[in-house]
Write a protein that binds this ligand. Sequence first.
Ligand code: DLZ
Length: 505
Amino acid sequence: MPVLRLVLGDQLSHSLSSLRDASDDDLVLMAEVNEEATYVKHHKKKIAFLFSAMRHFAEELEQKGYRVRYVKLNNPHNSGSLKGEVLRCLKREKLDGVVVTEAGEYRLLNDMQSWHKELGCDVSILPDDRYIATHDEFNDWATDRKELIMEYWYRLMRKKTALLMEDSHPVGGQWNYDKDNRKPLKKKDDKVGPKQFKQDDTTRDVLKLVEQHFPDHFGDLEPFWFAVTKKQARQAFTHFIKHALPYYGDYQDAMLSDEPFNYHSVISQYLNCGLLDAMEICEQVEAAYHDGVAPLNAVEGFIRQVIGWREYIRGVYWRYMPDYAERNALQAKRKLPDFYWDAKTDMHCMSQVVSMTREHAYSHHIQRLMITGNFANLAGLDVKEVCDWYLAVYADAYEWVELPNTLGMALYGDDGVVGTKPYVSSGAYVNRMSNFCKQCKYDVKQRTGDDACPFTFLYWDYLMRHEQRFKGNRRMAMPYRNLQRFSDEERNAIQKQAKAFLDKM
Ligand code: DLZ
């Protein structure tokens, strides 16, 4: 008997486990549903990108000979949920069970695990083997470890994949060139940027649909130039290797006004929905090193993000969910300020990053970690609200990757599972790594007074607020030594300044 093969919006890979061994009579179901588009109010561009990519993927499957049912959002019979669409399909067709690759988010996987009861048929949930490591591999590695240090996980993944390895040794003699990834950037080459694609009819239809159905969601639909097929995503990646990868390593952490992308690849939205394959892109990057196209610090830095960090984050998510989502170690509960949506703030760095996010549904990792994330942590913003913001506003965000990065790495909400210290900094870091401060109303060097930089006084206030918790942390020794030099008077003035700012915010 034929079965129903459900493919989700972030499963746009021809090698997907649920598509393997399909017979001609099986039916592949893909559905645009309100529930997935609104469980957080996703950025308009994210929804449009995914719907267009889903429609193109469904066409490709049809061309390959699969029998496909694709349900558009505005189909009058659309039930609004994935389960509803599976049910509707099972009622209309003679199908003996459902096959699906495990969902990337706990919320949906947990729901799927009880679908068989309501659907009255088998629901076979297959592993998602598009990742380098299985859940078991991560758990085996993590069990009995006091700290889950990403670097050790990364080395294991290097050995597993043999990427940048010479026998059992890392190419170049070092595993990690992170120290060579921190140069500030004065000016970016204007000619370098992510490859932009012309909208086709499918994308134009979807853009109209999204504007009609989700008018109150955050974000700009135009300009829309994302790749929406595997072929285009591959072109975007090849373009990155040729034009930006050589500089990617040096300037990975740099930030510039009105430069959202610098030399970043801007491919995470393609990778996370399945248009690109993790191993394939890493092999391409490795080849660029051997061909002399890019230096080792760039190539190693890129591969570390994909096989190290990305796999580590996924492992943490599945190891600690569902309780991970409820963690709030620092009891951060302040309401998310409006400027996370409207970018209206005198802090130029915040205004820049939120504006870029609104326009592109993208910002690079340091903009996310050290500007919007850093501020959220320093100001004690509500962990759940901040996590939902990150999940909604970035085109690459699914909870498995967003949650440990935000709650763990940026906010220290997991009490040190992901980061051994909080990733907080004063305005001095922002000033060192960007040109934002030059155009800011505030003075990055001032700790108190009308012109004082909020990042600077909130940083010292944060250290005082959490002194008991962090004073004994080896990696925080230097900032606490510096704090000790402050007089009581100065400490009080900073605390007063921070309180007044936060109360007003
Ligand atoms: C993010 C998203 C959106 C906006 N819309 C859909 C959709 O209409 N149909 C669908 O199958 N998937 C969508 N997705 C992706 C899912 O939310 C994603 O598959 C789950 O969160 C599991 O990772």
